[in-house]
Design a protein around this ligand. Structure first.
Ligand code: AMP
Ligand code: MN
Ligand code: MN
Ligand code: MN
Length: 287
């Protein structure tokens, strides 16, 4: 008999941010893939939480509320996942609404940059892929440039057009680390550093991120996530121990074709780490 690993997937996206499936479709896919405990973590948005929670219950999965907040730290964008908070908390809801507010202007500036590079109509084109008018993201531009035949896949669009120094890239100031942490912890949740292996920090800057995050009440770090290599699982397992952080696991699934990691399919957490979901037992919505 196969031993069943408790399958928690605490990082993924729906069409409420830059995923392509509805919260209900993500829930069904997670369950089909064997997920026992799920969190939908749309970017800077909790508008899908009630639907996700109901869909988790309908599919027999435990549910933790979730979001992934964009933060600017030492001039780089860092993502902080919040888990197990009260999704109706006013400071959280208002803080996220404020941070989302900058996206419209940024999108217009991105389109202007692309226009100068000879790509017209990108704002209108991206909008066709947007599920939530409040949340236009680089991913939506990427999907449009693929549709328009300018690139073969979204990764190529990011590489050629949407990353620093490229025509569609626009500097943007997101929330502060301190604001993001206070929104999450003030709403009773736990904050988790998302995919730390993705940032281009120097070792000193990364140490500063972890140190400041801890000092502000941050408690967790993603160790096993879609964009980490097996070597990074080990590296950030070490960081979790060094900083006495809870460990999280999440696919960062966005779309069946674009995402190379499907819901619920990653390896388990290294056995010596403390899973973040054990500290959130009291916040889990049981089916
Ligand atoms: P934004 O919040 O508008 O800056 O968009 C960030 C999103 O773009 C991330 O959450 C990813 O979904 C996606 N993304 C970032 N970098 C890449 C990349 N190199 N390839 C594909 N998608 C990416
Ligand atoms: Mn995304
Ligand atoms: Mn992210
Ligand atoms: Mn994500």
């Amino acid at each position: 008999m196969a031993v069943h690993m408790f399958n928690a997937d605490l990082h993924c996206h729906s069409s409420v941010s830059d995923g392509t499936l509805t919260p209900e479709q993500v829930a069904e896919r997670a369950r089909r893939n064997g997920v026992d405990l799920w969190a939908l973590t749309d970017h800077d948005e909790v508008g899908g939480q009630a639907r996700a929670r109901a869909a988790a219950a309908a599919n027999g999965m435990g549910y933790l509320t979730g979001t992934e907040i964009s933060v600017t730290f030492i001039n780089q964008t860092v993502h902080i996942v919040g888990l197990g908070f009260d999704a109706d908390d006013l400071a959280l809801v208002q803080g996220l609404a404020h941070t989302r507010g900058g996206r419209e202007r940024r999108a217009r500036d991105m389109a202007a940059g692309l226009e100068r590079a000879g790509i017209g109509g990108a704002y209108e084109g991206a909008l066709k892929f947007v599920g939530n008018p409040d949340l236009i993201s680089r991913t939506h531009f990427a999907r449009y440039l693929v549709e328009a035949g300018i690139c073969n896949d979204t990764h190529e669009v990011f590489r050629r057009y949407l990353t620093e120094g490229k025509p569609g890239y626009v500097e943007h100031r997101w929330a502060t680390l301190s604001d993001a942490l206070s929104w999450i912890t003030g709403a009773g949740g736990i904050a988790v550093i998302a995919h730390p292996g993705r940032y281009a920090f120097t070792p000193n800057e990364e140490f500063a991120l972890f140190t400041e995050f801890k000092a502000l009440g941050g408690q967790g770090v993603e160790v096993v996530t879609g964009s980490h290599t097996p070597a990074e699982y080990l590296e950030y397992a070490g960081m979790a121990q060094e900083f006495d952080l809870l460990a999280s696991r999440g696919s960062d699934f966005h779309d069946p074709a674009e995402s190379h990691t499907d819901l619920g399919t990653l390896p388990g957490l290294p056995g010596h780490l403390k899973p973040v979901w054990e500290a959130l037992e009291h916040r889990i919505h049981q089916p």
